[in-house]
Structure formats: C-alpha cells, structure tokens
Design a protein around this ligand. Sequence first.
Ligand SMILES: Cc1ncc(COP(=O)(O)O)c(C=O)c1O
Length: 488
Amino acid sequence: MPNLWHDADMAAVSRIGGRALAALLPDLHTQRGPVYAALCDAVTALVLDGRIATETRLPSERELAAALQISRATVTAAYDALRDRGYLTSRTGSGSYVTVPPGSRPGPSLARWRPDAGAQDLVDLSCAALPAPPGALQDALPSAAAALPRYAETEGYEPAGLPVLRAAIADRFTARGLPTAPEQILVSNGAMHAFDLVLQLQVGPGDRVLTELPTYPGALDAIRRAGARTVTVPMAGTGGWDVAAMRATLRQTAPRLAYLIPDFHNPTGALIDPAARREVLRTARQTGTTVVVDESFVELGFDGRPAPTAAADSAVITIGSLSKPVWGGLRIGWVRASADLVHRLAALRAAIDMGGAVLEQLVAAQVIGRLDELMPARVAALREQRDALLGALARELPQWRVSEPQGGISLWAELDAPLSTALTMLAAPVGVIVVPGSRFGVDGTLERFLRLPFALAPERLDEAVRRLAGVWHRLDRTGVPARRLVVA
Ligand SMILES: Cc1ncc(COP(=O)(O)O)c(C=O)c1O
C-alpha cells in the first residue's frame, strides 16, 4: 500500500532540539532492557500519540547524546532501530526525520497514529468520548430544518453565535444557579476552540499558564501553541486538588492564566469540593491570575451536577461544550464570561472563521433544551461501565492503584512500575490502543500512570483489561527486553 508519509520530497515542517526531546522522554534507566531500546520505544510512543509530528527533524545523534548524557553509540543504535521499524528516515546532508511505518493510520483524535494491527479485533481506549444518544440528533433535525429558511434570508455570519443558542446556553447556566445573560455567551466550535480563543486573547508568548498535572493533553498543546509556558501542579495523592500546592504555585509564579477542570477532571474523574475551589479562586484573585474552568464533563456526574464555579467568583471564565454530554461531532461549545470579554472574543473569532455553522447551532439549541431528559440514561450507562472497569482492574491487576471517578469518562491508574510507554507498545499488537500517562503531562514524567476511559460496553472493557493484564504480567515477570516491545 503506498504510504504518502514516506515521500522523501516532503518538506520538513519543524525540528525538535535535543533538550526539548529529552524533556519529553521518560527516565530511560528505569525502563526494562537496554537503554537504546528504551529510547527507541519512547520516541515511537511520542510519534504514535502525536507529540512529535511526522516530518519533524530529530536532533543529531551527538546533540541528543549530550542532552541525555548517554553515549553517542546508544543514540546511534536507537536511531538505527527506529529506522528499521519505519519511524525514522534519513536524508543525506539534512538529518533524520520522523515518519510512520506503512500501514499506520491516523487515529480518531489528537493527531494520533495507529500502528498496523492486522485484522484483529481492536479495543480502542485512546479516546474519552461517546457516540450520540440514540435519536437525540435525528429528533432535533425537523424543527432545526424548519427554522433554517428564516436564517437563510440573512447573511448567516454570527461570530458570537446564533441568538437562540446563546439564550439556551445562558438559560442553562441560570437554571444551575448562575444568572447569565445571552450577551455573556460566545458559541464556539467545541470547548477546545473556546479555550484557544481565550488563550489568543489573554496570553502572550512567554506568559505562564497553570494547569493541573495530569491534565487534558489538548489543553497542553494549545498552551504550547500560544507560546506560553505551562506551570503544573500535581493532583493530590488522594485524588482532587492539592490546595496548598496550588496556592503556593500561584503565589510563586503569578501565572497569567490557570486552566482547571474541577468537575470530573480529565483524566482522574475527580470532583473538587466547593471549599477548595473558593480557596484557589481567592488566591488567584490576589495573584492577578485569570481562572478558566473547563466544564466539559459537568453534566456527567454520578451523584448530580455541581454548581458552576463562576457562581463563587464572577471573574471566572467558563468553557463548556456538548461534546461529552451529547456528541463531539456536533462541534458546539461555548465561553461564558463578562459581556465585554465575549464581545472581544467575538471580534477575534470573526477574524479567524467568521462564525459557526447555522444548522448545527439550530440542532444544538434543540438538544440543549432536552439535556435533563437525555442525561440520566447516559450517566447510568457510564456508571455501569465505570464499575465494570473498576471490577476488571481489581480482579486482573490488583497491584495497580486506581482513582474512583465521581463522574466523567475516564479513570487514572497508578501502575506498580514506571512502564506506561512499554505497556502501550506491547498492548498495540494484542489489539488494545492506550495512551501512556506521559501524554497527560508536559514532560516524560507520569510514566507510572495510565488513563483508562470507560466509554465502551462492560464486556469490551473486561476484554481490554484481560489483554492488558496479560501484557503487564509478561512485562512484570520476565522483564522482557524493551527492544522486543516495539510495534513492528
Ligand atoms: C477536558 C476537555 N476539554 C475539552 C475537550 C475537547 O472538547 P470539544 O470536543 O468540545 O472541543 C476534551 C475532549 O476530550 C476534554 O477532555
């Protein structure tokens, strides 16, 4: 099968330096097998999960050896192994470029790659998202279609969103106890777009942005793209925020912005209690930090829906979306902020994409009015799936410590060895796609962790955990040399 990504004439789009690559790698000496093989594995994982884009030029062997303080021969051996396996191509006189082996396919999200796993039955645990509730979109279509001709008579550009949808989103905030006017809502193409707009308006190159550690990888990518520096605060060992650490980091670094997911945090599923939120908000006010709260999962609580964080502090910018409660394919999200900020965001947005699609917004306006009716079935299914995943992990991998999510779509597992990348590599050939813990942080740490979504039916989750346990026990017992773990 032809592989366009091997085209040697394709221009290099970027390069990564030795220090930057070293910062993304796990501690190679804690991995199984020879160091060169661990390096080859780690780079492979970075390519597969999209942290190093294809056509990126890797540092020279000498530069990487110096950055990692290992011998040049070790880096040469790693690059040779990457080349053998189809992840690196060298061009005389111009260096070594990242590529993917023939048969690799783009994954469903976040620019990930899927290695060729043959025809086997795949269980994909790489994405924390769900299909649409049956019928929800179809049911909304007739009245959306009926309203469309009226809009078709106008020019159709609404950078802040259709008034009918802005009002529906505002009403939902008001019903949750946070009085909101339609002028305080900007409709975006999803929560990611909403965050990106806020970053563009509020953050400049070199500014600091605080996040939880772990956090949603898409947010980390957006912060990096904005040229800002990420300052992370580890979540508490018991789950939830380490409030003292968060307040200390706010005081020490006075970040421009803090991006937080207090409502069923991705990836841990934690729900932050109101007192902790208030303390952090108070400190953020003192340090002049704008707090952005991502409410993507707020509708997916197992014990009800938390109050909006912005009710405790009117300066909080809230972003949200229909992607998790309804469907990512709708591409409908929002920002809730002051009317003035929304106006400025709309002006910025007009210069980027002019506005969202009208028909999708009309569908969303219908669906949002039915959320209370739609959520119970979705939440009940998620609860059952969470319990199935927790049960399977307790049975098959009791040595892992797992968070017990109070909502959301994923849990966070602490492995009994820092081998998340090696596990990811070994899991692919047995048909389980997982993302290593390090994807949820800014550097190669979090190798001891794995994010496991419970977006699939209980029997699929059982099957996935059974396969993962088989791989883990092999890794654990025999210390399989890392070079044999590389996806061929
Ligand atoms: C915390 C968080 N925010 C935002 C997004 C992206 O959402 P959207 O599809 O609305 O852009 C995700 C998707 O996984 C997420 O987990």
